[in-house]
Design a protein around this ligand. Structure first.
Ligand SMILES: [Zn+2]
Length: 159
């Protein structure tokens, strides 16, 4: 069965993001239907000339706060994981954005989500001038956006 799951790609020739299939499986794992609480974490991956690839995500940790309609990631839990991934990959694996779940079939970023991703970009000390926001919905639905200095660009799934 696992062979059938492919990498998924969003965007257009100017803004391409590829989510690796093992990451895709993890998103589903953290979509906790029992507790109905949102889950989330950060996106880690590689930047290439023509695309970005998400190769790792972090899972929720005890410092995060969450409920059925919100997820606020704590800085404290994620930073050591960002540092570890960076070291392990010899500096190629970097922080590329944020992900969290919504219990909806057509996930869309809330105003809080939009403010969060622009604030994260403004606070980042890295050399990239964009971040991704991935919202994982029910039944294999996603909302993927790329936050640049100017705007949040929605990226559609490429079939
Ligand atoms: Zn949200």
């Amino acid at each position: 069965m696992y062979n059938k799951i492919k990498n998924i790609e969003f965007g257009n020739p100017n803004h391409r993001i590829i989510i690796k299939k093992h990451v895709f499986k993890k998103f589903h794992k953290y979509m906790n239907k029992k507790t109905k609480n949102e889950a989330g974490g950060i996106l880690l991956g590689n930047v290439y000339k023509d695309r970005c690839e998400i190769v790792k995500i972090t899972k929720p940790n005890k410092y995060d706060s969450f409920g059925p309609n919100y997820f606020v990631r704590s800085k404290r839990g994620a930073q050591p994981q960002i540092n570890r991934a960076w070291k392990k990959s010899n500096g190629t694996n970097i922080y590329l954005g944020e992900w969290h779940t919504h219990f909806a079939n057509d996930p869309k970023p809330s105003l809080t989500d939009k403010n969060m991703i622009i604030n994260s970009l403004n606070k980042t000390k890295m050399e990239i001038n964009f971040l991704f926001l991935v919202i994982v919905g029910l039944n294999n639905t996603f909302w993927v956006g790329k936050q640049t200095r100017e705007k949040l660009i929605e990226l559609n799934k490429i079939i």
